[in-house]
Design a protein. Sequence first.
Length: 264
Amino acid sequence: MKYAWLGRVFPVLLPLVFVITPHEARALAVDVELMLLIDVSSSINDSTEYPLQMQGYRDAFNDPRVLSAIQGGELGRIAVRADFWSSDDQFETAVDWMVIDDAAGAAAFAAAIGNADRPFGGLTAPGHAIIQGMFNFDNEFESNRQVIDISGDGAQNDGVHVDTAVAFALSYGVDTINALAIEGDKLAMIDGSADYPGQTVGDWYDEHLKAGDDAFVMQVSSFEDFGDAITEKIEREIAVVPLPGAVWLFGFGLLAMLRFVRRV
């Protein structure tokens, strides 16, 4: 036959098609993509505050309540990463994206974040951290919720204005930005940290960082309280979000109406 040679050549060429033809790997579906942005600015000391902060994250992912929240999702797994931030030129990955769907995965992430070395300590640029971090949602995962969890102990004193960064992140596709404020002295008006006299770190976080769907801010009085707070916060961020009561009522009413129609 005129083209019989194709039968011999085709099996040889076929593997090459998959090598030179670009193809897109399928994304792994998870319930939540959670990004932890951890403040390591110079106001956080090395002797007690940084260790307490990292121990808090370690304990959170070893906590059975957090694992229960993860496994209680529709898919029973999340993707999570952690990044350190400080000045507008200081942003570094602490733990790259990991999938958690069981106790072993949670323990592995807990160990990784608990052993992360502090890379720097400068000024406070949460706006830069949000912009830098949001691009890391371009990853191999897909989910219905992309959540930024940012913690810190002070207001912005460096980098792009945080309000601009938050608006940019939401327009980019980030669903929620939650914050944990570690309270200290009230913010100072003299250096521009405070928007008004008497404003606290928690107030500032609530007014500038909290954004998106079901966003919230938690406040603790000191680093000694950080561990319990971050556990509660992470559990809340990954837990299944219940539908509002009105939606349930609507669904119940619709079901009742359909049953009535069928009987007529």
